[in-house]
Design a protein around this ligand. Structure first.
Ligand code: APR
Length: 252
């Protein structure tokens, strides 16, 4: 059963919801946060990813984001991002519903071609004016701090920091998709940061068939009907959405 059942459920699903985390972008060379070599092992999030940190030392926060932005700009979508575009096209192509919710701020899902996409934690390539709230794409290259093209005030990274609210409407859209899903796929997240971490449980409680793809177990693993203990590229290939599209031998 396992893989066979997961594949057929994905083929028959009327409503598919996908949640991704930093793990899906690791093959693109973008570091995760909580892995052995994750960003939070080297940088204290309280110094870089809270409104208080930014108020205390905006130059240091912007320097760190400029470093991350430069790495993101060198990164390309990897086969796992492309596999989710194929899944979306297949699901929408049969008139079914699809939503991809990502915690990632690297913009790689949009770059890969994902359309029905919610960026729950914002986008690192955008800034948001601290005065008028105007959002704008950061020029490439750019010298931090950026200033608002409309009102000239300093702008901050357009990402959600710890303790901040999610973008208007983003959570409601994500929660609805997972509550109504008949298949939920969770790829590359440690499932530790709320409220995103609850989406898998919300889907499970709503009766969805829950698939997890992660080389490590997570708090979601006990709920998953299938937990593929592998990387995103391999896992999405095993589910039938690899580049060739050819299914590997049914490894069960
Ligand atoms: N494929 C899939 N998953 C992988 C891979 C891979 N190749 N490599 C590592 N992983 C898994 C790790 O096992 C881990 O469970 O990706 C997960 C990454 O977890 P985190 O680093 O905690 O990233 P994420 O879950 O996205 O963090 C959520 O926390 O710091 C905040 O806002 C930040 O959006 C981020 C949120």
């Amino acid at each position: 059963m396992g893989l066979e059942e997961a594949r057929s459920r994905l083929k028959e699903a009327r409503r598919v919801a996908v949640l991704t985390g930093a793990g899906i972008s690791k093959p693109s060379g973008i570091p995760t946060f909580r892995d052995a070599e994750g960003l939070w092992k080297e940088f204290n999030p309280l110094d870089y990813a809270t409104p208080e940190a930014y108020a205390r030392n905006p130059e240091r926060v912007w320097e760190w984001y400029a470093w991350r932005i430069a790495r993101v700009r060198e990164a390309k979508p990897n086969p796992a991002h492309l596999a989710l575009v194929r899944l979306e096209e297949e699901v929408l192509g049969r008139g079914a519903a699809f939503l991809l919710v990502t915690q990632n701020v690297d913009g790689l899902h949009a770059l890969a071609g994902s359309r029905n996409l919610v960026e729950l934690h914002g986008n690192i390539l955008r800034a948001r004016c601290e005065a008028c709230g105007h959002r704008f794409l950061l020029p490439d290259p750019f010298t931090p701090p950026p200033f608002c093209p409309l009102c000239g005030h300093r702008a901050r990274p357009d990402v959600v920091w710890f303790g901040e609210l999610l973008p208007e409407g983003a959570w409601e859209k994500a929660e609805k998709a997972f509550a109504e899903a008949d298949v939920a796929l969770v790829v590359g997240t440690s499932a530790e940061v709320e409220p995103a971490a609850s989406l898998g449980r919300i889907a499970f409680t709503g009766g969805a068939y829950l698939i997890e793809v992660n080389p490590e177990p997570t708090p979601l693993t006990p709920l998953a009907h299938l937990s593929l203990r592998m990387g995103a590229v391999e896992g999405l290939q095993a589910l039938g959405y690899g580049e060739s599209g050819a299914l590997p031998s049914a490894s069960g």
